[in-house]
Design a protein around this ligand. Structure first.
Ligand code: FAD
Length: 304
């Protein structure tokens, strides 16, 4: 509940501008966020990406933002993604860029998001970069899947994220499997009603495994995106990570020990990195899905 309240706080425009203008609060909160976010600008993201690549990881980079209703801000975000792709593309970091469609226009209208996505996908395709679409609240699932399907037909370098906690995902995957894009399987980060989603449970882990199993059997490119050690043990046991087009992907700052261990076994290991000024919303997401992070954040803030 505290975490959900924090998310509402982070989305509040008045509080946002108060934090941004506060010389005391801003650096303290940013310090806590740095456990999960590389920094506020793309240079910081690229620097950490290069470090991780030199250690043998794959990377995915996101410029953070969501639910943008101002068209000018969506265009700015789209331009930032184009610049990011140009920069990493020319540096041979030909890996993955991730984005939320509501960052580039979905909250204005789906057509805007689609047009912006095509521009970004085209540039990414030129540089051999994969573009992964994140999945957002279930109220947006239909729009996001429709946009993905249209874009995927033109740009096979575009991939999609699917949330195992949604009851609908088992049906969705039957259709998504017919498109060429990589599918990232996550449990789901958003608070949803009991009618549409299940909570963290053994049942959810079984659904997660079922989705992954179907993708593996179809020899479809897949990113297994979880930090759940029990789930990962089962995935390793089933030898899913031995497939060349399967990777395990974790968020920056969460269970780096576990990912390093998997890298030691020569599996494809990817770190999901983020940068941008909207880091406090991202921090709140991480606290919401794992409330212990609230104590870590407070410790980070008060430690010199
Ligand atoms: P959980 O059962 O939530 O956690 C298992 C264990 O992992 C916990 O016991 C803990 O040890 C560790 N852990 C998990 N989360 C944290 C944390 N925040 N801090 C510290 N430890 C933690 N969700 C979406 O809804 N849409 C997306 O597009 C999306 N993209 C993602 C991309 C990647 C690469 C990853 C890794 C996650 C993404 N998520 C997305 C988030 C995802 O849905 C889950 O909320 C998140 O991964 C936590 O679930 P879990 O599978 O790790 O399992």
């Amino acid at each position: 509940q505290v975490a959900q309240a924090l998310k509402s706080v982070a989305r509040n425009e008045h509080i946002k501008s108060y934090i941004q203008q506060s010389n005391e609060l801003y650096p303290i909160l940013l310090k806590a966020a740095k456990r999960f976010v590389t920094g506020e600008n793309k240079q910081e993201g690229i620097e950490i990406a290069n470090e991780l690549i030199s250690k043998g990881y794959f990377i995915s980079l996101e410029y953070i933002g969501e639910n943008i209703t101002d068209l000018k801000k969506c265009i700015k975000a789209k331009d930032e993604f184009l610049h990011l792709i140009e920069e990493i593309g020319s540096m041979s970091i030909k890996q993955t860029v991730s984005l939320d469609l509501s960052h580039i226009g979905l909250s204005v209208n789906p057509e805007t998001a689609y047009i912006h996505l095509l521009q970004i996908a085209k540039k990414a395709n030129m540089y051999g970069i994969t573009l992964m679409i994140s999945m957002e609240e279930s109220s947006k699932t239909n729009d996001i899947l429709d946009i993905y399907k249209k874009a995927s037909e033109q740009y096979p370098n575009v991939g999609i994220t699917i949330q195992a906690h949604l009851y609908r995902s088992n049906n969705d995957i039957q259709e998504l499997i017919r498109y060429p894009g990589k599918i990232r399987v996550v449990k789901g980060a958003y608070q949803e009603s009991d009618e549409v989603a299940m909570s963290r449970s053994k049942e959810l882990n079984n659904c997660y495994l079922k989705l992954v199993e179907q993708l593996i059997e179809a020899n479809h490119p897949v990113s297994i995106a979880t930090h759940d050690e029990t789930l990962i043990q089962e995935i390793v046991h089933r030898q899913y990570l031995n497939h060349p087009n399967v990777e395990i992907e974790m968020l920056y700052g969460i269970r780096p020990d576990l990912l390093s261990n998997l890298k030691g076994k020569e599996y494809n290991c990817k770190v999901y990195l983020t940068y941008g000024k909207e880091w406090y919303l991202y921090l709140c997401h991480r606290i919401a899905e794992y409330p212990e992070n609230l104590y870590r954040a407070v410790t980070d803030m008060i430690n010199p």
